[in-house]
Structures are given as C-alpha cells and as structure tokens.
Unconditional design. Sequence first.
Length: 124
Amino acid sequence: MATSNIKPKPSTYTIDATDRTLGRVCSEAASALLGKKSVHFAKNQTIPVTVTVNNASKLHITDRRAKGKVYTRYTGYPGGLREVRMDVMIDKKGIAEVVKKTVDGMIPRNKLRKPRMQNLIVNA
C-alpha cells in the first residue's frame, strides 16, 4: 500500500465546552489535532486543521478538582520544583491556559507537537 501525496485542504473543527468536563473537551480537541478525524491521517504528518474551543469559561470543573489538581515543573536547578494548583492558575493565567496545558499533555512528545499545538485556539 503506497502513501498518498495528496495535500489535504485546511479545515476547522469547533468544540463547544458549555457544561462539559475538561477531560472530555480536551481529548476531543487532541484527537482532532492529531488528525484522527480526517481521512488523510498519517502518524508522521500534521493535518492542516484548526481546532477552536468556544466557551471555555463555562467548563464544568468541580471545586475538588480545582483545588486538588497540581501542575508541576522543574526549573533545572536544585530545589527548583515549582507547583501551581489549578485554581491559582485559572486566577493568574485564565482557563485558556489550563485547556492548552491539558491538550498539550494528550499530544505525543515528538517534533510534531509544537506545530499541532499552534493550531489550537481557546476562546473563553
């Protein structure tokens, strides 16, 4: 079976996040960014699809999740482990950053990750 060299046309995929949970919205967005919803899917190529998440501020996030979920990162220096709770991140950077971070965690860690994430648009 030969690989097709036909370039797919750019498309858009819109997700309405009203009264939906964070994980379900983000997994749908990640699947669309990977190109799984396209007939031109190939693991080694990015599909020209723009995913827009609308009404992110109306996501259903429980208080337990907002206070319990902790995002960690390491600066590279001794004692440089930084932790931020989800509710603090929403206050400082907004819900869009939480959605982007969640989708980013669902995309494979390879060279195509950055171009795929550039196709994600989150509207609060």
